[in-house]
Write a new protein. Sequence first.
Length: 513
Amino acid sequence: MNSPLVLRPGHVPLAQWRQVYRGASVRLDASAQAAVLRSAQVVEAIVARGEPVYGINTGFGKLASVRIEREDLETLQRNIVLSHAAGVGEPMPASVVRLMMALKLTSLAQGASGIRPQTLALLEAMLQKDVVPVVPCQGSVGASGDLAPLSHLASVMIGVGEAFVGGVRMPAAQAFRQTGLEPLVLGAKEGLALLNGTQYSTAYALAGLFEIETVFQAALVTGALSVEAAKGSDTPFDPRIHSIRGQRGQIATAAALRTLMAGSLIRESHRDNDVRVQDPYCLRCQPQVMGAALDVIRQAATTLEIEANGVSDNPLVFTDTGEALSGGNFHAEPVAFAADMLAMAVCEIGSISERRIAMLVDPALSGLPAFLTPKPGLNSGFMIPQVTAAALVSENKQRAYPASVDSIPTSANQEDHVSMAAHGARRLLAMAENAANVVGIELLAAAQGCDFHAPLRSSDALEKVRATLRAQVPTLQDDRYFHPDMVAATDLVRSGVLAEGLHEVLPKVEIMQ
């Protein structure tokens, strides 16, 4: 069994967040305990003094001016959790909930939220024992924190609501009995600390980032394979072209495409005396389009890594002065912008991939048999898979409208500008899935196109990809039930297997230098 990841609050790299999303077990760096204890002691001192401090001994939102007596503070915290657990819709995927929990854990562990060590310990234990709260996926506007979804997380911690244990859905109280955990009685500020913050939006945005990264890398591979299928040129990937422009993502993607095609006999077969002067944009401009997407993805990754390691609670407790300061770190505008950038990037990744599919099935552009079938007319070949790809691309275009430009006032106009980061981030997984299906169709089409060039072979790297596909999907001779072929190809895209052995070639989102 693998050792759990040790999460160091404020210093967790993207690679570790990716591992959490993929199912790694976690534990908190023990050095965080001292800061957490000091923060809890500041809250105790504020309560003892009796001075009004938002979220500790006042109402919430528009009711912030209502003073709460000391004997009601535990009830206040329980009430905010129960009243704010107002989400709707399908449950969040368990992988995203676990990521949200880990984000909340490391945020609280930075000692600026005023929660007690035992509260932190319960959240950590839930992660370790696979107690995953049932969290409805809709209901946050991405400001004043992701209140509704995080309240469903906090509800389970006090023994209310539902949770999955080992994938089985059950009441929270039963989940705790089954795993030997005890529900909490929340202390001053703890309910607000648990449900305030951007962890829901950030978890979904990170999940989208990781899935989009996988699709991006696969699309570079299928893009190179499409160049081979169409007997296109690798001249547009010459490093001189890209260095003179200077765009970093463009330079990186051109290098990847160039390396993927290195040593191809298909390319060498038409290097001289080719009557075609230039390839269509979908082949020739891959470095410019995919490189721009890479730059945007990396910028979003930077924003999300910072956000994942920050504290977005309110009020914030500062132990050096003993103060609790009210601010607006819960406003998820940075996450909303990052999500919008990712939505645009994944939309374009799918869009140019679909254009390559359309080019391959058109004999006037590709020089290949119509719809990539040896007997067009009797067989329809890749006619309708291209239509499916077009449908998915248009669906992504509709979803790519920026969420961050929308706002709607809430809480009786006290919270009068919100980020809409929550649904801006939540759409990314569906968009990535659409793009994965498009790239899967391109994988099938490009491999089929290369089959017509036999016995000529492509590069070693691309032949390995073709062999991986052909181990599951044979060459299409006559029409057959197409759906299983598409499922198999998309699974290869989604799994990341197309990038295996190519990690030195394909750029990753963490590479910022």
